[in-house]
Design a protein around this ligand. Structure first.
Ligand code: ADP
Ligand code: MG
Length: 238
């Protein structure tokens, strides 16, 4: 569970062809990072996978099922954004439980899932607090908790750490990597930060103006960049 296939996916906004045509295979359980400069189409590509935008052409398969044109709720993917988008008037517990309550799950089951997620994310002692009483890193963990309880087939992260200071970013990078090791769920992670890409990814997808410049492991890209753009972006001496 958790493979994602893009077949000739394209996206235009009016006259602007933001993504000309992308083919990509994401394996079940992989940690894939989309990296590239601001405006190259990373968020758009993630939103197409999530179903928050409709493709202009091509198709998207999740676990072999064609989900092109299907609503986000039918894709079982969980999106985690840079802005935490927590409900300020609700406790941590209620924030994490929210998607389950919307799905009308019974209270005992909700309590169990929230307790499990809080355990994984070290939030057990913070469940009755409001978001304003948490640090930036804790807030980000609550946002991840809200994604975990839905048991998605894949997590989609859009620059989740860009609002955090440098030292906290380092800690959270590790935490998300550990979460991946623990859950073994597919994660697609968007960033413009080369360090995040190199340290977290199984597979890096380097994007430039809506096109894939190269796909490979961090070591592949570092040791054999296909062109100057990749070399310059990944920071290899070539
Ligand atoms: P990134 O996340 O890599 O910074 P985006 O995917 O946000 O890039 O944007 C890629 C390009 O698409 C940019 O030129 C942006 O202005 C354009 N774009 C993104 N969303 C829209 C939209 N809803 N309407 C028009 N243009 C958009
Ligand atoms: Mg973006």
């Amino acid at each position: 569970m958790g493979s994602i296939t893009l077949n000739k996916v394209s996206k235009s906004f009016g006259e602007a062809k933001v993504i000309p045509s992308i083919d990509l295979e994401i394996q079940d359980g992989e940690f894939v990072v989309f990296v590239g400069p601001s405006g190259c189409g990373k968020s758009t590509l993630l939103r197409l996978i999530a179903g928050l935008e409709d493709v202009s052409g091509g198709s998207i398969l999740i676990d072999g099922q064609d989900v092109t044109g299907k609503a986000p709720a039918q894709r079982r993917l969980a999106m985690v954004f840079q802005s935490y988008a927590l409900y300020p008037h609700m406790s941590v517990r209620k924030n994490i439980a929210f998607p389950l309550k919307m799905a009308k799950m019974d209270k005992a089951a909700i309590d169990q899932k929230v307790a499990d997620a809080a355990g994984i994310l070290n939030l057990t002692d913070y469940l009755e607090r409001r978001p304003s009483q948490l640090s930036g890193g804790q807030r980000q963990r609550v946002a991840i908790g809200r994604a975990i309880v839905r048991e998605p087939t894949a997590f989609l992260f859009d620059e989740p750490l860009s609002n955090l200071d440098a030292s906290l970013r380092g800690t959270m990078r590790l935490e998300i990597s550990q979460l991946h090791n623990q859950l073994k769920t597919t994660m697609v992670y968007v960033t413009h930060d080369q360090v995040e890409a190199m340290t977290m990814a199984d597979k890096i997808v380097v994007l430039n103006r809506g096109n894939i410049e190269q796909v490979g492991s961090p070591l592949d890209l570092y040791s054999s960049p296909r062109n100057l753009f990749v070399a310059g972006f990944i920071g290899s001496p070539k």
